[in-house]
Ligand binder design. Structure first.
Ligand SMILES: [Zn+2]
Length: 438
């Protein structure tokens, strides 16, 4: 019996222990489940937060995209805003106004100087892009500031029925010297195609003037760094104090092959319907380019329609009248009135002395509204005529000829020795006037 009770106690004890173990297991199991649930909840929350985050990010991206699209739709603001000096920083200026002319610049010297028949003339008449860049920098460093030629003189009454051109006292930033730049023949003549020059002016995707052409590999190029006009635009953008009242340069335009690379010229022998339609489309295409040039400080001069040599006797008054009519029709209509007349090759009419004499051709051109007559010379020279309302101007000209041979005449503007493109120009020699070779 006692043995039996002992056995009972043992069974009970074992049962109790088992029960305890089971309960503990159950509790452990519950606790594990609870933790599992907690973990799941945490993950769910994290996932929700991540989703929320992603949604926010997507919304922000959508917003930015929408904003960008809106910006695309809005016209970009490329308004030309010239630098304005406060009045107290200006001073009277009555000295010389420098006048400096360029032709179109050589974008690809390897094409211009490839040994063909034209090489010599390109060398004589033009500068390379690299030379142009250096000259602009030097002009700026020497405290020159661009002024508009039209602001240098004013036509005034000087007596009964007498009007004359009178030089203005310029108001310029203290320490600055006035400079008028010219780019002659920016017509992008077809004869220049493939010779290392750009082929037309265009508006690039930012609405800025750029030049279009082909690189030596034959690939199309649109650039602001390969042509004088956009290069000067860029230089003034970087150095706003290089331009007074936003002045850039005078563009001297002929008409026989249109302007700025657009074939807007008429054909005197009559045009087919197809030719007329083409001309009309070229005229429409050049209008925004002309508009942008005017907005950004450029102005225009008449360089005759046919780039005629006025020293040639065959260009008498009648011939010059015919040329003038065509210029008005093909160029004047597009760029507006101008009082600037630029003799092609610097050749003067009426026997060559427009300073002391006033010949018939000169009188005719003056009667057409021209007041500033520009030639070329060895210094920036200008004089007002006394017998008629007109000014005679000689311009310096930056080109291979003067770089090689006239360093001293240009030293106040730039030093040919530092500018000269030794690596690319043909070996025609130069004389920098320093026999020491220094
Ligand atoms: Zn010319």
């Amino acid at each position: 019996m006692r043995k039996h009770r002992k056995g009972m106690a043992l069974v009970l004890t074992i049962t109790a222990i088992l029960s305890l173990i089971l309960t503990s297991c159950k509790r452990n199991e519950d606790s594990w489940k609870w933790r599992q649930e907690q973990e799941e909840e945490r993950r769910r929350q994290e996932e929700l937060a991540a989703q929320e985050e992603k949604k926010k990010r997507d919304e922000e991206l959508d917003r930015l995209e929408a904003e960008a699209n809106r910006k695309d739709e809005e016209p970009a603001d490329y308004t030309y805003r010239p630098y304005v000096w406060p009045e107290e920083e200006l001073a009277d200026y009555n000295g010389r106004v420098e006048t400096l002319m360029f032709h179109m610049v050589i974008s690809y010297p390897e094409l211009a100087f490839d040994g063909d028949d034209y090489q010599k003339s390109y060398d004589a008449l033009t500068v390379t892009v690299s030379e142009f860049d250096k000259i602009l920098q030097s002009l700026y460093d020497n405290d020159y500031i661009l002024v508009n030629l039209n602001t240098v003189w004013t036509e005034r009454n000087v007596g009964r029925n007498q009007r004359r051109m009178v030089k203005n006292t310029l108001r310029l930033p203290k320490g600055k010297k006035p400079l008028v730049l010219f780019i002659d023949d920016p017509c992008y003549y077809e004869s220049y195609f493939g010779q290392g020059f750009m082929e037309k002016l265009v508006l690039d995707e930012e609405g800025q003037i750029a030049a279009y052409g082909h690189d030596p590999g034959g690939y199309e190029v649109i650039s602001r760094d390969l042509d004088a006009i956009p290069i000067l635009d860029g230089f003034v953008r970087e150095h706003p104090d290089f331009s007074f009242n936003g002045a850039k340069a005078c563009l001297s335009l002929t008409g026989y092959e249109g302007i700025f690379g657009y074939r807007t010229n008429s054909i005197s022998t009559g045009m087919t319907e197809e030719q007329m339609a083409f001309r009309a489309s070229e005229i429409e295409a050049v209008k925004p380019v002309v508009q942008r040039l005017i907005e950004t400080g450029w102005y225009f001069g008449c360089h005759t329609w046919g780039h005629i040599n006025l020293s040639n006797k065959k260009y008498d008054v009648e011939a010059v009248k015919r040329d003038m009519t065509r210029w008005q029709q093909d160029v004047g209509e597009l760029v507006g009135n101008t009082i600037i007349y630029l003799y092609p090759n610097g050749s003067k009419p009426d026997g060559g002395d427009d300073w002391h004499k006033t010949g018939d051709v000169f009188k005719f051109l003056q009667s057409e509204g021209f007041r500033i007559f520009c030639s070329m010379g060895t210094e920036s020279f200008a004089t007002e005529k006394t017998d008629i309302s007109a000014v005679i101007c000689d311009r310096l000209h930056a080109d291979g000829t003067t770089l090689r041979n006239s360093r001293d005449k240009y030293l106040h503007l730039f030093d040919a020795k530092e500018v000269f493109d030794y690596d690319v120009r043909p070996d025609y020699g130069y004389d920098f006037g320093d026999p020491a070779g220094e």
